[in-house]
Design a protein around this ligand. Structure first.
Ligand code: UDP
Ligand code: MG
Length: 316
């Protein structure tokens, strides 16, 4: 019999339409895994309510009553997917041998959970779920996602391409994760830094069955920026280099102006001046913005405010 306690950690934000189906499918899958000897009897599904405004918590609390394998944690506020996930993982760390994080909409194929556990039993501390293709994405999302991963690579950030937050982490890896105190969370960047033995499992991501995406374009861009600015200071270096480049250009421009003046071919020059002001003004504001982003992050990091607060927990 398998003694491994597995926690399936599921962050949920306004998922009332999806949850009944999620409970049903996950319960069945977990039962199958236990029967197959891949997970122990103590394994659980842990649903984290990320401060939902709909009936999400009511549904979780009801499920806890009816199903001994379901537990729930309710956050006091909506803190976003990454923080909700962290709250769940840190709760699981105290109880589980390994935790697998997945989305409530079951877009990530739960059919491969057995493969995750096989790799764990073979000694992996971290198993990344990697999408084998992006057929269910729009062309726009496919291209922007591809661009994002290659940009991250060029900026020197180690991430796993086409891996979202569908992953298994052993208790030892979770303990390592708990040592990262940052408030600006980007788990996909932090986990590869842990460095314990790891492997990947390929799967096909499905379309959302019910409810709508809680990651509209605006949030996605913010998340991508978070990833870059939390793990790379290269943008700061880039703008310094760019500043040097512009300065060299200005010296050349100055020389040109001087020569023109000395040779007596000066023209009214209004256009050149105005465009230079606009151009440089724009560049300066952009660079200030980049520096400001980092300063802003330092500001939120030094305050060391809690990343989430658990209001109620129903663990069994
Ligand atoms: N989610 C969350 N807090 C948020 C937004 C989303 O816990 O503020 C959860 C959501 O319930 C889901 C997961 O994060 O389980 C992924 O969200 P979604 O499926 O909407 O994103 P997408 O798959 O469209 O990128
Ligand atoms: Mg989804």
């Amino acid at each position: 019999m398998c003694e491994t306690t597995v926690y399936l950690v599921v962050p949920c934000y306004n998922e009332e339409e999806m949850l009944p189906e999620t409970f049903r499918q996950l319960t069945q899958t977990l039962d199958d895994l236990i029967r197959a000897g891949k997970a122990g009897e103590g394994s659980r599904m842990l649903f984290v309510d990320d401060g939902s405004s709909d009936r999400t918590w009511a549904l979780i609390a009801e499920a806890v009553q009816n199903n001994p394998r379901i537990c729930g944690v309710k956050l006091a506020h909506n803190r976003g997917h990454q923080n909700a996930l962290l709250a769940g993982l840190m709760t699981a760390k105290e109880r589980a041998d390994c935790a697998i994080s997945l989305d409530a909409d079951l877009q990530d194929d739960i059919g491969v959970l057995g493969e995750f556990l096989d790799k764990f039993h073979n000694g992996c501390d971290i198993v990344y779920g990697v999408r084998s293709n992006r057929a269910t994405d729009t062309a726009f999302k496919r291209n922007t996602a591809g661009g994002f991963y290659s940009l991250m690579k060029r900026l020197g950030v180690e991430t796993i391409s086409n891996h979202a937050d569908y992953r298994l982490m052993s208790r030892r890896a979770l303990e390592a994760l708990s040592e990262y105190d940052e408030v600006n969370l980007f788990l996909r960047g932090i986990v590869p830094q842990i460095g314990y033995p790891h492997d990947v499992v390929y799967y096909e991501r499905k379309e959302r069955m019910a409810g709508e995406s809680k990651y509209p374009l605006k949030k996605m861009i913010r998340f991508a920026m978070e990833g870059i600015t939390s793990f790379s200071v290269k943008p700061l270096k880039l703008i310094s280099n760019f500043g040097i480049f512009i300065s060299v250009l200005s010296v050349a421009g100055l020389l040109y102006a001087l020569i023109s003046y000395l040779s007596g071919v000066t023209v009214p020059g209004w256009t050149a001046i105005v465009s230079a002001i606009f151009f440089l003004g724009g560049i300066q504001l952009l660079c200030l913005g980049v520096v400001g982003t980092y300063v802003g992050k330092i500001y939120s990091e030094v305050k060391q405010r809690p990343r989430y607060r658990i209001e109620t927990a129903q663990l069994q």
